[in-house]
Design a protein. Structure first.
Ligand SMILES: [Zn+2]
Ligand SMILES: [Zn+2]
Ligand SMILES: [Zn+2]
Ligand SMILES: [Zn+2]
Lengths: 129, 129
DNA sequence: ATTATATATGTTATATTATAACACTTTGTT
DNA sequence: AACAAAGTGTTATAATATAACATATATAAT
């Protein structure tokens, strides 16, 4: 049984903001939102983000340089991530599909066994199409 | 039959450098390499990169903010990309796997049909493991 | 051939994203 | 208590990317 991780003050502040957000947040937009809470410098944000990513609490959307909360309890800590991204609005949805995940986790190429993957799908969401 | 695309001067310069490179190149490293050829500003690089991406001649490795030449003749112009990336050295290999590509191209979620995807696998390459 | 249209270029300035380095504090272990 | 590990605050700077504007070249119509 894994111990519930206790987050530090800054880590909790950053996670709260990302979890409350309706879409992906950028590091500097997080920074502007927490200056009232005494966080003043990008480093403080990036350090919290790095830790939260390692813990699997959030993920980075690489194509957007933005961060979303993980809504996926059985998400193998940042090892296998897939997202659907609307090219029109900002919507990002984490895909939780066991078949897809198994298929990709067991995928290997030229004897190279992968430790991790990130998959980003692009299209138009329901609202936008 | 699609007409072979004729590239502009700057586009050709940038493509040549990326094709010659053994690994992914970053925009500013391209810039430093072409200053002898009269290209002086990041804009000139980024504009060429944008066009080359649209043409499917190169791809962006989102997790590295770097660019690689497409070695894949049947690569559907930037619509379906997959890469294997070594976490130790800089090695990036474009994956050309018809089954994988078909599986992902036909993947859809909650009625959302995707137009495009990008998949990045991470691990250790032969040399590094 | 002349006009129109789209595409490309050159340039300066600036915005955005991310890390380095250092001094200090808090937390957990032995 | 002594030590090690993780977290904080801060200043400075590096790396990545775009805005805006003036001009030039290529392509396609008329
Ligand atoms: Zn997740
Ligand atoms: Zn949308
Ligand atoms: Zn390709
Ligand atoms: Zn390697």
């Amino acid at each position: 049984m894994t111990q519930a991780q206790i987050l530090s003050k800054n880590q909790q502040i950053v996670l709260d903001i990302i979890e409350k957000a309706r879409g992906p947040l950028k590091a500097y937009s997080i920074l502007f939102n927490v200056q009232k809470k005494g966080i003043n410098a990008p480093q403080q944000i990036y350090r919290a983000l790095d830790k939260l990513i390692k813990l699997g609490k959030i993920h980075k959307i690489e194509s957007k340089n933005a961060f979303v909360a993980c809504r996926n309890t059985d998400c193998e800590i940042s090892k296998a991530t897939a997202f659907s991204i609307c090219e029109n609005c900002e919507m990002v949805d984490e895909i939780s599909d066991t078949k897809l995940s198994k298929y990709l986790t067991s995928f290997n190429k030229k004897g190279m066994k992968f430790k991790r993957f990130n998959l980003e799908f692009f299209g138009l969401c329901k609202k936008c199409k």
